[in-house]
Design a protein around this ligand. Structure first.
Ligand code: ATP
Ligand code: MG
Length: 367
């Protein structure tokens, strides 16, 4: 493999609550893994944003920070928001939604994979084979309603769901690209369109556009499921699932359910990907209930960083970054499997710092 001396600029936004805690651990792991593999360097610049920053400065997300994110090769994000910290108009501080819109990050990618040693939510042995990817359309759907809903005469309220051909087609195309990569690894792949086409016109349209995209990818299987049936399937036979694509709100709900399947939010990474930019963050929020205690499980943040390395590797043809991503995953696996450290989230005794020390210590053997 050729060694590259390239440097990639990473805009880091640690955010609030446990976002900051898991980010600090993640930056240590990224730097240790870079030393271990050699190859392209990551140049990290850290930017304050979020609820805490809003309290200090009166701004939640500076224009200069948006510019830095635009110029960077990738964005690494903790979590933002805090109960009761709101803008004067009462809306919540959720800069991640602004970043999604600003950079057209239309595909929310949530890989769900079983890791050894995790508490068995599902007692079936096949739970070990859980390995699926949820692709959530995240620029429209029911979230289109944000800031647009109305209450009429204090008697009725309305929100609008928006489904466009362009939005649905690009999310579906994205899901088929994910499936193609999985097919290369596993021999076959299938994309399931998750909708409610039997009730909503907008969802029937979503399904129609999905079918048009599917017809262009005949080498990949395609099918449909109603979202309620999918919720049942996720709990009953999650090991049969492969790649799913769904509307924004359905994806929001299903991805938390999916995280629950593998133990909890602390194991669920995510990526927000567009055509030119991408942001990587754990699927969890700022967890005010445990923030400030150093107890958070940093694995979801670590796995999100591995997704970032994979995305950079593919985009810039830098296979060494992919090697680094696999190294991080194997070190997490080894740590959990050996019990060298087991997260407090699952009843173990390892806090955030213990987890990150153990995963870093597992790097040499994971090479
Ligand atoms: P958001 O509105 O941003 O989705 P949320 O209110 O749904 O946030 P999360 O922060 O996602 O809350 O977390 C839900 C619960 O899961 C938390 O209260 C916390 O106890 C637990 N949790 C989340 N992430 C972690 C983690 N990394 N380690 C340990 N526990 C976690
Ligand atoms: Mg949540």
């Amino acid at each position: 493999m050729t060694t590259s001396n390239r440097t990639f600029d990473i805009a880091v936004l640690p955010g609030d609550g446990i976002g900051r805690e898991v980010m600090a651990a993640c930056l240590e792991l990224l730097s240790a893994s870079e030393t271990a593999t050699g190859g392209p360097a990551l140049r990290v610049t850290t930017h304050n944003a979020g609820a805490q920053y809003y309290l200090e400065s009166g701004e939640a997300l500076l224009a200069a920070t948006l510019d830095a994110c635009r110029a960077a090769d990738a964005i690494l994000f903790g979590s933002m928001g805090w109960p009761d910290v709101r803008f004067p108009d009462g809306t919540e501080i959720i800069p991640q939604l602004d970043l999604r819109m600003e950079f057209g990050l239309y595909a929310g990618v949530r890989p769900i994979r079983w890791f050894p040693g995790l508490p068995k939510i599902l007692t079936d042995e096949r739970a070990r084979d859980i390995d699926f990817v949820l692709v959530r359309e995240q620029t429209e759907g029911l979230f289109y309603a944000r800031g647009r809903g109305e209450v009429i005469d204090n008697r009725e309220a309305y929100d609008t769901m928006q489904i466009t051909r362009e939005g649905t087609a690009r999310a579906s195309e994205f899901a088929f690209r994910v499936a193609e990569r999985r097919r290369a690894r596993r021999g076959s792949a299938r994309v399931t369109c998750v909708d409610k086409a039997n009730v909503f016109t907008s969802m029937a349209f979503f399904r129609q556009v999905f079918d048009e995209v599917a017809a262009k990818h005949s080498e990949i299987g395609a099918d449909h499921a109603y979202v309620d049936a999918m919720a049942l399937m996720m709990v009953k036979k999650p090991w049969t699932l492969d790649v799913m694509v769904t509307e924004n709100m359905f994806g929001d709900i299903l991805s938390d359910l999916a995280a629950g399947l593998i133990g909890g939010m602390g194991m669920a990474p995510s990526a927000d990907i567009g055509d030119t930019h991408a942001l990587f963050q754990p699927a969890h929020g700022t967890a005010p209930d445990i923030a400030g205690q150093g107890k958070a499980n940093p694995c979801a943040m670590f796995l999100s960083a591995a997704m970032m390395l994979d995305w950079l590797a593919e985009r810039h043809d830098e296979p060494q970054l992919e090697v680094r991503a696999r190294l991080i995953e194997r070190a997490i696996e080894a740590t959990l499997e050996s019990g060298a450290a087991f997260p407090m989230e699952f009843g173990g005794s390892a806090n955030c710092a213990d987890m990150s020390r153990a995963v870093i210590a597992a790097l040499p053997d994971a090479m």
